[in-house]
Design a protein around this ligand. Structure first.
Ligand code: GDG
Length: 507
């Protein structure tokens, strides 16, 4: 007889667990907090709640036994080497990621990747269904798990299901390229509430419901009509923007730590105490605009507008997805450009670019933030970009100017930054110069207003707003007779026209 395990009122499902195994010199291993935007954001929310987290432990093969860490119950889901290749590196990173980021690189479609994506999503859904207490709240994260909401609902209709998309949701014209577009939308519609970073992402999703599935929408809700063989009742699903943020208080406190402040001074000294330190910290991903910011910097050096030893650039490019071709190529290009810049513009002991391909401890990253005069955040497309908000949260001294791309979700909240279009190299150059040369009182005024925004819209507020929205969406999900008539009429019209597969013009 199967023994029932523990159950929880809150179950989070995300591709990765918030920890990963780290080996020590003696051959023993411990669990360490893992890198990445989602983990950073959720860690402070989960702490102190009796909650479970379902996710991959980061190593292919059979999963370790569930365990507790920092008060959380962690339930590892196993991924075989083929799952890693097809579900994660394949379908998630080479199919969905490019489609959801404006097809900056072409997307690759393989039917076997899709089949594995479905199988792995089902594995996550089964684990969630097992761990959820009656009436529990289930919070699913991100593009790797878009089928999980409907799969959980099929097993556990009693639970409240939310999904949050950390990355952009694409316009219907791009989403429609996906051969599995319909199944993905139906997978998401298993949720009661779908959260997005920007209002435009939520609207893109609602448009996909109308144009690909002929569903009716009203405001930010869509009336979900189950497929004909599905006896579940009609209900509404809400889709709206609840932008993620950072742990403002935690970062502010760390940035005021005397050791961190001293380390920031040490960093500046080891750079030769330049007048201006420009800093970029990005995951080495083609969406982050690293090549674009290097090009702008290179041209500024060529124009003799800036240069070492007065101005230096520190570019941290955190290792990422190193087995995917597009990322390998990007690394070669970035490192080639850095080599070119340094070959041409450095002197002995005075490099123009300090390039660092490492992941740093959090305190070291905060010290870098404090050491910078200008922070470059120039993604070509980014769901939010936590680095921009983290930089602001750390600058209690009101120093530092933030150069921010209008294609980062953060742009919608951080208008007082120095804004640029990363595709326009002249604009990036001018914006960097404006940020370097802005009078101190202007920089302080801007930073004060940015800090006010991030302090009042921190990650704790994001999580509680999200969970409140999920509760009220579930309560308001029943469909009134008028909505029912409209939705059914639209579906019937569609099936009479035989238009169940194709994109619907103008709906
Ligand atoms: C997705 C979306 C969205 C980076 N290098 C180091 C380090 N980091 C940490 C940062 C930050 C996180 O990683 C990166 O945040 P991003 O926002 O750039 O995130 P993505 O990984 O692309 O994640 C993104 C995010 O989800 C959250 O919703 O903002 O748009 O793409 O927290 O601090 N941390 C440390 N050392 C490093 O060297 N300690």
């Amino acid at each position: 007889m199967a023994v029932a395990g523990p159950t929880f009122d809150l179950v989070v499902a995300a591709n990765h667990l918030p920890v990963e195994r780290a080996g020590d010199a003696g051959g023993d291993s411990t669990w360490q907090r893992s890198p990445g935007g989602l983990v950073t954001a959720l860690e402070s929310v989960m702490r102190g709640r009796d909650a479970a987290w379902v996710g991959w432990a980061g190593e292919p093969g059979p999963p370790p036994e569930p365990f507790r860490e920092e008060g959380m119950y962690l339930h590892p889901v196993g991924l075989s080497p083929t799952d890693v290749q097809e579900y994660l590196e394949g379908f998630s990173n080479e199919t969905l990621w490019p489609i959801y980021h404006d097809v900056i690189v072409p997307a690759t479609f393989h039917r076997n990747w899709w089949n594995t994506y479905r199988t792995v999503n089902h594995r996550f859904a089964s684990a969630v269904a097992e761990l959820a207490a009656p009436g529990a709240t289930v919070w699913v994260h991100d593009y790797q798990l878009q089928l999980v909401p409907a799969m959980v609902r099929a097993i556990r209709p009693d639970v409240r299901i939310g999904w949050f998309n950390h990355i952009p949701f694409p316009p219907v014209e791009l989403f429609a390229q996906l051969p599995w577009r319909r199944a993905l939308v139906e997978g998401l519609l298993g949720a009661d509430f779908l959260g997005f970073q920007r209002a435009a992402d939520a609207q893109n999703f609602l448009r996909c419901c109308r144009r690909l599935l002929s569903m009716t929408t009203k405001g930010d809700t869509v009336t979900f009509i189950p497929p004909e063989d599905d006896p579940s009742p009609l209900r509404t699903v809400r889709a709206s923007a609840i932008p993620i943020s950072v742990d403002f208080r935690g970062l502010d406190e760390l940035a005021r730590n005397p050791e961190v402040i001293a380390r920031a001074a040490e960093i500046r000294a080891s750079l030769g105490n330049p007048k201006t330190v420009i800093l970029g910290i990005d995951r080495l991903d083609y969406t982050k605009g690293i090549r674009h910011q290097l090009k702008a910097y290179q041209e500024l050096l060529q124009d003799k507008a800036i240069g070492p030893p007065a101005v230096v650039l520190v570019q941290v490019a955190t290792p990422s997805r190193e087995r995917v071709d597009a990322y390998r190529r990007l690394r070669e290009e970035v490192e080639g450009t850095v080599g070119c810049i340094n070959g041409q513009f450095s002197a002995i002991g005075q490099p123009a670019v300090h390039y660092l391909h490492h992941f740093y401890p959090r305190a070291e990253m905060v010290a870098m933030f404090l050491a910078a005069d200008v922070m470059l955040v120039t993604p070509l497309r980014d769901g939010m970009n936590l680095i921009a908000k983290e930089f602001v949260a750390c600058r209690h001294d009101l120093g530092g100017a933030l150069v921010l791309s209008e294609f980062a979700g953060a742009w919608h909240e951080l208008h007082q930054a120095f804004i640029c279009n990363p595709h326009d190299v002249e604009d990036v150059k001018l914006t960097i110069l404006r940020a370097i040369n802005a009078p101190q009182d202007e920089r302080q005024r801007r930073m004060k207003s940015l800090r006010r925004r991030v302090a009042t819209h921190d990650v704790q507020r994001w999580a509680s707003r999200y969970l409140d929205a999920l509760t009220s969406a579930r309560e308001a999900s029943s469909v009134d007779p008028h909505q029912r008539r409209r939705a059914v009429r639209s579906r019937d019209l569609r099936s009479r026209r035989g238009e169940t597969q194709n994109i619907q013009p103008g709906l």
